[in-house]
Design a protein around this ligand. Structure first.
Ligand code: C2E
Ligand code: CA
Ligand code: CA
Ligand code: CA
Length: 276
């Protein structure tokens, strides 16, 4: 048994080395990706069920490697976050997203853009200044930008979080709580933050209409959002039954594969949806 324990330890530490090596490799590849402009933004339409119009998009980052592999954010955002590279990447997302939005608006389209902020970016004291500069330089109206943050970013130093939210709000942008329901925020907690929108997490939507628990949770979140005068958006909508349920419960803003995958800008411009 002892010998086996030793072996196990040996394997374990080798695995750790492997993991550390991979991480270092990924970090240096990420630095190269920043230098060589290997990132792309994809855009997923947000639909208003009352009109069936596209009312906006969510910007979702992709990494297009030189070998033409498209790397999803779940694979590199955590490393970008822990190395701090996310601040630079996030600033690129802001520029690219705002330029996209300016192009959409110049085509006469009345749309907004949701942009994900990482924890590290959200803690950055110069975030609001950066956002202000980019809005000015791209000519985007602040009211067209919605920043998505998660509940966990609001935990911990809540005074600092409230300060940051107020700084952003004073620019005229909107704020949304992403993946809502997966964190631990209580109603009273939520009330302290100057947010405009709740985004119901995909995990509560995906098993509608089989899971009655999830249906209760979703209708409770919708009712709560309405009570608090918050907009509510459902993400991860994949089926016609889910659309019907959400519409019936007065959640008219939706996003998901049922309507469209996230798309590159050229693909978007060929979509057959009615546009606002
Ligand atoms: P998220 O913000 O919750 O984004 C929604 C994710 O769900 C996206 O995955 C989207 O492609 C996927 N999705 C949309 N509709 C459906 C659906 O109907 N079914 C299913 N199964 N999935 C759907 P993606 O693009 O892989 O992004 C994953 C996460 O990476 C995002 O989760 C977000 O947390 C993060 N992320 C993406 N772009 C950025 C960015 O620019 N900055 C930061 N900080 N994080 C980002
Ligand atoms: Ca999001
Ligand atoms: Ca989400
Ligand atoms: Ca999510």
């Amino acid at each position: 048994a002892k010998a086996r324990g030793k072996n196990t330890f040996h394997f374990f530490s080798q695995d750790l080395n492997e993991a550390a090596k991979e991480r270092l490799e990924l970090e240096s590849q990420l630095r190269e990706a920043i230098r060589e402009h290997q990132f792309m933004l994809y855009y997923q339409p947000k639909i208003d069920l009352n009109t069936n119009h596209i009312v906006g998009y969510e910007a979702l980052i992709r990494w297009l490697r030189p070998d033409n592999k498209l790397v999803p954010p779940a694979r590199f955002i955590p490393v970008a976050e822990s190395t701090g590279l996310i601040v630079q990447i996030g600033e690129w997302v802001l520029w690219e997203g705002c330029r996209f939005l300016a192009r959409q608006c110049s085509r006469g389209l009345n749309v907004d853009l949701s942009i994900n902020l990482s924890a590290r970016q959200f803690r950055d004291n110069s975030l609001a200044e950066t956002v202000e500069r980019i809005l000015k330089r791209t000519g985007v109206e602040p009211k067209r930008i919605i920043f998505e943050i998660t509940e966990s970013m609001l935990m911990g130093d809540t005074d600092a979080a409230i300060h940051q939210l107020n700084q952003l709000k004073s620019l005229g942008v909107s704020l949304s709580i992403d993946d809502f329901g997966t964190g631990y925020s209580s109603l009273s907690y939520l009330k302290r933050f100057p947010v405009d929108e709740l985004k119901i997490d995909r995990s509560f939507v995906q098993d509608i209409p089989e899971d009655t628990n999830d249906m209760d949770i979703v209708s409770a979140i919708i009712a709560m959002a309405q009570q608090m005068n918050l907009r509510v958006v459902a993400e991860g909508v994949e089926t016609v039954e889910q659309v019907a349920f959400l519409k019936q419960h007065d959640c008219t803003l939706v996003q998901g594969y049922y309507f469209s995958m996230p798309l590159a800008e050229q693909e978007l411009n060929q979509l057959e949806f009615t546009i606002n």
